[in-house]
Design a protein around this ligand. Structure first.
Ligand code: GDP
Ligand code: MG
Length: 299
């Protein structure tokens, strides 16, 4: 018996090079900040799941870390998240950065990865706002068409929310007929703790230079919801070396205070609750290559 559904639903995986704007696009589609963003590559480490639902369709988005050649145990695990997300995809959305685009933007490995998936492929050409004249995109569209790899191509600005509705429209076209998987009100299945640790990590990415962001992990150690008074959240920021701990804390604790204040405001916005946030800095030597630490941090 062939079942007839009035709704469409499926998994949509966002992939692309680091910094192309995958997380910004997801936030723009969901009209909420679910996936953290920074100007540094490799901000997204694990997959982030976000659910978009309208009257007739439900898209379960998987945001992934940017594709890279792994150097650390952590990065190997990150690429594992990417490959799993590609396998699970009903539709692949490839996000490319127009500002950085050139003939060799898609390397052979990336093209192989794409070809290995049978899912429909939508190419989102992001950051059109960086072009003086949007017609500059035309020769790029023409040259990418010759690859014969993409079912659709959509130029957008995720940051300025330009043309993002066309991405939604394109995805709908290829979405399988299916009942909804999740309650239409639900935005994600990931626990609150995950989003809170990500918000702290985002501040670390935005407030420190050099190796600090890449060497840091955030672990929520306590999360107490209270009926009266502020909620209590305690988090460890884990770094690899004592010298990094010193930088993270800053003179008289000024730097870590700034992280805490900024993270708290966003956490309060996210939870719609007043929060007391306490941060601790811990050294776990070489954690990015230590299987035990990696496992305990969820990699
Ligand atoms: P991801 O690594 O692919 O998830 O990229 P992010 O979403 O973290 O974005 C990387 C950087 O690109 C951030 O600084 C964003 O603000 C910026 N960005 C994202 N989308 C756009 C866009 O449409 N236009 C411009 N000018 N910048 C963007
Ligand atoms: Mg990202």
């Amino acid at each position: 018996m062939i079942e007839d559904f009035e709704t469409k639903a499926g998994y949509v995986t966002l992939i692309g090079r680091p910094n192309s704007g995958k997380s910004t696009l997801l936030n723009s589609i969901l009209k909420t900040k679910l996936s953290i963003v920074s100007p540094k590559p490799q901000t997204t480490r694990k997959r982030v799941m976000g659910i978009f639902t309208d009257e007739e369709s439900q898209m379960i988005f998987l945001d992934t870390p940017g594709l890279l050649d792994p150097k650390y145990g952590m990065q190997r695990s990150m690429m594992g998240f990417v490959n799993d997300s590609i396998e699970e995809a009903d539709i692949l959305v490839v996000v490319a950065d127009l500002e950085k685009y050139n003939e060799s933007y898609f390397n052979d490995r990336f093209l192989e990865t794409l070809k290995s998936s049978e899912a429909p492929k939508i190419l989102v050409l992001n950051k059109i706002d960086t072009f003086k004249d949007s017609k500059q995109v035309l020769p790029i569209l023409a040259s990418i068409s010759q690859l014969g790899l993409f079912d659709e191509m959509v130029p957008i600005s995720a940051l300025k929310n330009e043309n993002v509705h066309n991405v939604i429209g394109c995805i709908k076209k290829y979405l399988p007929e299916s009942p909804f998987f999740y309650d239409p009100e639900q935005l994600s299945t990931q626990p609150e703790r995950f989003f809170i640790s990500e918000l702290v990590r985002e501040k670390v990415f935005n407030f420190y230079g050099k190796e600090i962001p890449f060497s840091s992990e955030v672990v929520i150690t306590e999360f107490k919801e209270r009926d009266t008074g502020k909620w209590y959240i305690s988090a460890d920021i884990v770094v690899e070396r004592n010298s990094q701990k010193i930088i993270l804390i800053g003179k008289d604790g000024e730097k870590i205070k700034k992280v805490g204040q900024n993270a708290r405001l966003e956490i309060e916005d996210h939870l719609q609750e007043e929060v007391f946030l306490e941060l601790f800095v811990k050294v776990r030597k070489d954690w990015r290559n230590n299987p035990t630490y990696l496992r305990s941090f969820g990699y």
